[in-house]
Design a protein around this ligand. Structure first.
Ligand code: HGY
Ligand code: MN
Ligand code: MN
Length: 399
């Protein structure tokens, strides 16, 4: 029996403690903060051990090259290190650890790539620190203006440019042109592979999705002395909006979540002066998504009128539907004898798919849970993921 699960665990354990919160067991690996910077150092060290030179793109993304960085026709793999607040261990890092192990496997088998194999670590995929998901891949592909990205601020007021230590470089058509394909391996974020009884799948498409900030303003006042009829309480408008988002999503077979909220002044005995809630909305088709967000905005605005509060709604990011390269997906599904699945989760692969043939491999997650400490994958399935990636890289880079 192969010892790949054991070697997976050994490499995995090198990063397992980094950014892990002892209380929740989840990860706090925000882009360009200390834990993520340590993981980026680990990435450089792993590349170094394998004799793979590391290049950056001036946007915070890192690339480790097996082969000549200027040769072209390279096959890109990898994922991201950053997490959502108290996220799981696998979302992101699994794709990077698996990529380094796939390089080891190919080398041990004596495979000689005729095209470079490149392991990537993309920055700020979750948007947990600066608000816009897939910020690194959006910058690389020119899908976000450099000024806007540079000026995005975290909760402490630090801008992305300050965290990066320089103004992001923005789109790099030259670098993108050197990639012939991107294959991102990722933990599955649902239960489809558990139901299918398979360890690995190939992705077909990503639902369109986006983030909208709802700012509700009212009048801060005393909880004990302000008559109920005299209140302008933004918490009420916010609470109604949460319920409306849930209802409108259910009516459309779509997904709507308000999972983040900020309240000022956040006092038990004060009516809030303002509440901000962030809506994450996703649907199978762009029209459904648009209809959903419009309906939530209309209901929130109507409720704000009744509550005497003010509502401002700001789109923070949107991602159109992504259909992964069907020929590549079919080829990989045939090669791996793997099911093909759509997903509601966003990925850097979704951003790059507009620029080069792109595919994703999903590894079974027995809990079916993600963006939570309960996210999981067995060492045996992670090894199966590495083996699948080896076969894909052999197919795309070695023939
Ligand atoms: O939010 C998402 O879909 C992702 O997992 N980045
Ligand atoms: Mn995620
Ligand atoms: Mn991810």
């Amino acid at each position: 029996m192969s010892d790949l699960p054991v070697r997976f665990r050994r490499l995995w354990d090198e990063i397992a403690p980094v950014g892990r919160d002892a209380g929740s067991g989840g990860y706090l690996r925000y882009a360009l903060t200390e834990p993520e910077l340590r993981l980026r150092e680990w990435f450089r060290d792993q590349a170094d051990r394998r004799g793979m030179p590391v290049t950056g793109d001036g946007n915070g993304n890192l690339f480790a090259w097996w082969g000549d960085p200027v040769a072209g026709d390279a096959v890109l793999t990898g994922s991201h290190f950053d997490s959502v607040p108290h996220g799981g261990a696998y979302d992101g890092p699994l794709g990077i650890v698996s990529a380094f192990l796939a390089v080891d496997e190919l080398r041990a088998a004596g495979a000689a790539p005729v095209r470079p194999v490149v392991v990537a670590a993309f920055v700020e995929e979750e948007g947990a620190r600066f608000g816009v998901p897939c910020l690194g891949s959006r910058l690389l592909t020119g899908q976000i203006a450099v000024d806007r990205a540079a000026g995005l601020r975290d909760a402490a007021g630090v801008s992305f440019a300050e965290a990066l230590g320089e103004r992001p470089a923005g789109g790099d058509a030259g670098l993108l042109g050197r990639f012939a394909a991107f294959v991102e391996l990722h933990v599955e974020q649902g239960r489809a592979l558990v139901d299918a009884g398979a360890p690995v799948a190939v992705a077909s498409m990503i639902w369109p999705h986006g983030r909208w900030r709802f700012d509700f303003d009212g009048e801060g006042n005393h909880a004990g002395t302000t008559r109920m009829a005299d209140r302008r309480d933004p918490m009420l408008t916010y609470a109604f909006t949460v319920l409306a988002a849930n209802k409108e999503a259910r009516l459309r077979d779509a997904h709507a979540t308000i999972g983040r909220v900020a309240v000022a002044p956040n006092a038990t005995n004060a009516i809030p002066s303002s509440v901000t809630g962030w809506l994450d909305a996703r649907a199978a088709e762009p029209e459904t998504l648009r209809g959903l967000v419009e309906a939530v905005q209309a209901k929130a605005a109507e409720r704000a009128r009744r509550d005497g509060t003010a509502l401002t709604c700001t789109e923070e990011s949107t991602t159109p539907p992504v259909a992964f390269d069907a020929k590549l997906a079919d080829r990989l599904a045939g090669l791996l004898d793997a099911p093909v699945l759509p997903t509601g989760a966003g990925h850097d692969a979704g951003v790059l798919a507009a620029h080069l043939p792109t595919a994703m491999l999903f590894v079974r997650n027995p809990s079916g849970v993600s963006h939570s400490p309960a996210e999981s994958a067995t060492d045996a399935d992670c090894a199966a993921g590495v083996t699948a990636l080896v076969r894909v890289l052999e197919e795309l880079a070695c023939r």
